[in-house]
Every structure is written in C-alpha cells, then in structure tokens.
Design a protein around this ligand. Structure first.
Ligand code: NR9
Length: 417
C-alpha cells in the first residue's frame, strides 16, 4: 500500500477525549476537545511504518482481544484514577491523548514525586515507535548528565499488558495548548527569543549526536511550568496570561531518526513539513530547522503559518511567503505532478490563489517595527530557505545576532560569579 499523506500517516485527535481537570487544580490537558470543529487540523503524527492502518489494526485487535479486557477497540489501555502501574505509579489524572496513546499524571509511590506516564497503544507500529523512543531517550539523556539540553528526561519504562509505558518528568502545558488557552495571542519577541534559544540548543544537541527529531511542532514543545499571571493590556483593554517562566523542553522522540537508520520518505506533521520532504528529495537534520522556523512564525503570529491540508496548496503558500521555489529543486523531484514548465503547477489566477494570498503575506513585508523584529525575521528567512544546502544550521543559528542579548547576559553572569 502506498503512503497517502492525507489518510495514512496523520490522524486527527481530540474528537474522542475530554479534557480533564488536573488534581492540583491547574488545567493540564493536552487535547483540543471543545474545539474539534475549528481545530481538527491539529494532528498527531503516527510512527513510521504505519501505512496500512486499518488492515494492521484489525489484525492486531483480533489477536489481542482475548488477552486483555482492559483495552478499547483502538488499543488504548482503559484505566481509571487510582490504577497502579508496575506496583509503583498511581494514576492521578489524564494529561493528554495522541495517536500514540495517552499521557497520564501519576504519583511515584517510591519517591512521592509526580511524573508523567506515556501509555502507548497496544498496536505493533506504536509499540515499535515506543521502543525506538526509549532507545533514543536513553542515548540522549545519557549524553546530558547535567541536564542542560532541553530534552525531556525519561525516568523509567516498562510493559503493562502489551502497552509500553514510558515514565517521564512532569512538565507543564504544551506551547500550543498555552496559546490556545490564551486566545491565540502571540508571544512577544523577547519571549520568542528565550524559547528559541533553548529549543535550538536542544535540537542542535540532537543533530550533533546524529539524530533528527522529524516532528517538531508546538504540541511537542512543552513548558517546564505553565504558571502564569493575569496582565492587563491598556491598548487592547484585554487581559491576557503572562507566563512566569519561559523554559521549554522537547518531547516525543518516537520518530527521531539516527543518520544510519532508514529514513521514511514522509515525515513531520504537515504544517511543519519541509519542502524537500514534500518534494521527496530526501531529508536530513535541516528538516528540523524548517519545522522550527514554522514554529517560531506561529509563536509570532499566534496562528499556523501554512494552514492547509493539501501539498500542492502548501507549496503555493510557501511561494507567496518566500518567493518562487528554485527550478533546480523542481527539476529533481520525483513528484512531477507538482511541476509544469519548470515552475509550480499552480494557477495564479484561480480563486484558491486569491484566498491564500490573504493569509500568506511575503516574509519581506511582514511587520518589522524595530531592530529586534528585523533580526528575528532575518533569522526566520535563513531557516525557511528552500535549498537545504543554503539553509542555516542550528549551530550557526545560535550565533545569529538575534541571540546577542542572551549571550551578553550569559557573559555578564559568568563575570559576576
Ligand atoms: C511528557 C509528555 C507529556 C511530559 C508531560 C506531558 N508532562 C506534563 C504532559 C504533561 C510527553 C509527550 C510525548 N508526546 C506528546 S506529549 O511524548 N505529544 C504531544 C501531545 S499529547 C496529546 C496531544 C499532543
């Protein structure tokens, strides 16, 4: 079965789960219920190899139904508050749900600490992705003894009746969920600088260690703490939530890929997918740089940069924002149906073109009120570069002038101590 990128790899979430209140009174839910109509585009990626979804799942279901009665027909573990896993982790609440399974908050009876446990669906492809995630987390946590790179820490893992369970440090809301709960008000440039620096250091650390994350998106970037204060903006006469801390961590290493491993041809969640992936030109670490560029744009705009379900339209949107796709890339693509006369096969007179023009303004014309915005957009331009050979690396990006204020502060801190 060929991979069809509409139906096979990406499945919507949010329709089947209700947000639950965290026991500590904070709303710590991940899913997007209550907004399934306007946000059905928030998708959770499936692990690689998940092409023949229905066939695979039917077969697995039949095999496992007799083994376990604590499982629904989609392979999710049925659990309740108070359930104890591995005689150690007591379920307190649900934190979120994705295609991979559920994330629950537990009390670790040994340490008394709260932890997050990712309970993976009892289905082969998700179990395989989870095993791979465990291997990646062991490797990268082991290379970061001092916990200075912002990748989630794995504390333990085990199998519960065919469900791989990964015990992770407890974090706050995802940046997507925080934006949503804050009426999609964008982050300011200072906040973006702080989060971007941490993200770049974390993902640069992955890249140096021969890994590509492949699924960077706001849902997979979690706030370490989502505590906030209410702030009043006199200009708009509106209240908004202002985060106390901007520390973030990267999660979901289920599709992280080592250089020597097989590279799935289709990776990333659509809106964050690099042009070389869409054009099937092969990919490497630089596809993460593209995704992070889209993420930072989303933080700046408060909305998805390339909001579409269609690859052809996606490429056309990119051209509106970033200019024409270089002809040498269009010549190389195996997906020749995207190409006509060495150009994108897209009607610039169509009504579709009119409608995407409204949302996809050229990067060069986007607001640059002051020096710091100009630097942010200069950096974004380097990240959203079509040609992988010319796209900035994260190593280079960390030295971009946009981050000068952070480096200045670090230097001052060092001198003082
Ligand atoms: C780790 C994860 C989720 C720590 C957490 C947490 N602490 C508090 C949730 C709350 C791990 C995650 C993971 N993949 C995720 S979250 O490995 N995907 C993002 C999701 S989950 C439901 C929608 C989006």
């Amino acid at each position: 079965m060929g991979r069809n990128d509409e139906t096979d790899t990406w499945r919507g979430v949010g329709g089947d789960t209700k947000p639950e209140q965290r026991a500590d009174g904070k709303s710590g839910s991940f899913d997007v219920s209550g907004s399934t109509h306007d946000e059905s585009f928030r998708l959770e990626s499936s692990p690689p190899g998940d092409n023949a979804v229905s066939g695979d799942e039917e077969a697995t279901k039949e095999l496992q139904q007799e083994n376990s009665c604590d499982e629904d027909e989609e392979g999710h573990l049925i659990y309740h508050v108070g359930l104890v896993l591995k005689e150690r982790y007591e379920v307190v609440s649900t934190l979120g749900a994705g295609a991979f399974g559920r994330v629950v908050e537990c009390t670790d009876r040994e340490s008394g600490e709260r932890v997050a446990v990712k309970i993976v669906r009892n289905i082969d492809c998700f179990r395989r992705a989870a095993k791979s995630e465990i291997a990646v987390l062991e490797e990268i946590n082991g290379l970061d003894d001092d916990n200075i790179f912002a990748c989630v820490r794995m504390l333990d893992w085990f199998d519960h009746d065919g469900h791989v369970c990964i015990v992770l440090e407890l974090l706050g809301l995802s940046t997507f969920e925080f934006l949503r709960q804050n009426r999609f008000l964008p982050f300011d440039v200072e906040q973006i600088r702080h989060m971007a620096f941490q993200l770049f250091r974390a993902v640069c650390f992955l890249h140096r260690n021969k890994l590509t994350h492949t699924d960077l998106k706001p849902e997979n970037i979690l706030l370490v703490s989502s505590d906030w204060d209410l702030e009043y903006d006199g200009e708009t006469r509106c209240n908004h939530k202002k985060l106390r801390r901007l520390d973030v961590k990267v999660v979901d290493f289920g599709t992280a890929t080592f250089d020597h491993e097989h590279h799935e041809s289709l990776v990333s969640t659509r809106h964050y997918r690099a042009p070389e992936v869409i054009l099937d030109l092969g990919w490497n670490q630089s596809c993460d740089v593209w995704s992070l560029g889209c993420v930072l744009m989303e933080f700046y705009l408060g909305r998805i940069l390339f909001l579409t379900h269609d690859s052809m339209e996606h490429l056309a949107m990119m051209e509106k924002v970033l200019g024409p796709i270089p002809p040498h890339l269009l010549k190389q693509t195996r997906k020749q149906h995207y190409v006509l006369n060495e150009r994108l096969n897209w009607d610039e007179q169509s009504s579709l073109d009119q409608s995407i023009r409204k949302h996809c303004r050229p990067l060069k014309l986007m607001a640059r009120k002051n020096d710091e915005e100009r630097q942010l957009f200069d950096l974004l331009g380097c990240m959203l570069e079509y040609d992988v050979c010319r796209r900035i690396t994260l190593e280079e990006a960390l030295w971009h002038p946009f981050f000068n204020p952070i480096r200045d502060r670090q230097r001052q801190d060092k001198q003082r101590s």
